[in-house]
Design a protein around this ligand. Structure first.
Ligand code: NAP
Length: 218
């Protein structure tokens, strides 16, 4: 599969590209700066320019041309800008889903975040609230589409080396998980059609990725 990754220079995305290549896929990294080209091409990805906030769904569709699947791995990041939770985390996902449809792509894997459907305590800061609501609404919108979606909701991300051992499922409790293990799960679910229509929390655990998916689909 040729796999378009929105947020293609993100920390998870950069770990994902070589795993996709090893799995026999061709990653296409959608990014907002030409400066990332060397990095991405050395990781085995084709690079295409796409500014999530500046461009519309039609541009997303053009950027996805020739691809068979989309992974949404973008985010406004920890810059404290609450507006970017809406324009990147929410609207970026909505435009990616619309763009996928325009490009004739059915498979769509979204990186979300754990527990975003839970009610927030009244003293929640406005940036965190905007982030959680953006992820929650993006997931709800994706679930309502007729795309072949899978939603992965990681716990707190770390930069630890991969363990290859995860816990995956709708009710898995909050804990941390290395970005490298998230990338491994994203790669694996792309190759597992039984994961379509599933939304799972993801944290570190004691099952291999294959075992964890087998159990979660079981
Ligand atoms: N941190 C956590 O503990 C945690 C937990 C669960 C889930 N998550 C979510 O997991 C996802 C991936 O995490 P990560 O660590 O890989 O995130 P990341 O490194 O912050 O990557 C996000 C990417 O989105 C890109 N982006 C932002 N605005 C853009 C725009 N206007 N146009 C094009 N690209 C844009 C950024 O591009 P640039 O490189 O150009 O800035 C960045 O590469 C995020 O959505 C995050 O919210 C995080």
């Amino acid at each position: 599969m040729r796999v378009a990754i929105v947020g293609g220079h993100g920390q998870i995305a950069r770990l994902l590209h070589p795993l996709l290549v090893d799995a026999g896929h061709s990653p296409v990294a959608l990014v907002r700066s030409e400066h990332y080209r060397n990095d991405l091409e050395s990781a085995g990805a084709e690079m295409r320019l796409l500014d999530i906030e500046q461009e519309d769904a039609a541009a997303f569709g053009r950027a996805f041309a020739g691809c068979d699947a989309v992974v949404f791995a973008a985010g406004g990041g920890p810059d404290g800008n609450k507006e970017r939770k809406r324009t990147v985390d929410l609207e970026g996902s909505l435009k990616s889903a619309d763009g996928a449809r325009l490009a004739g792509i059915r498979r769509f894997v979204q990186v979300s975040a754990i527990d975003v459907d839970n009610p927030l305590p009244p003293d929640t800061g406005e940036v965190w609230q905007a982030y959680v609501e953006a992820k929650r609404d993006a997931d709800a919108a994706l679930r309502a589409t007729d795309l072949d979606w899978t939603i992965i909701r990681p716990g707190r991300l770390t930069d630890e080396p991969p363990t290859g051992l995860v816990a995956l499922g709708p009710d898995v409790a909050r804990a941390s998980v290395p970005r490298a293990d998230v990338a491994a799960v994203l790669t694996a679910v792309l190759d597992r059609p039984e994961t379509v229509g599933r939304q799972w929390n993801l944290v570190s655990g004691d099952l291999t990725v294959t075992e964890a998916i087998d159990r979660a689909v079981g």
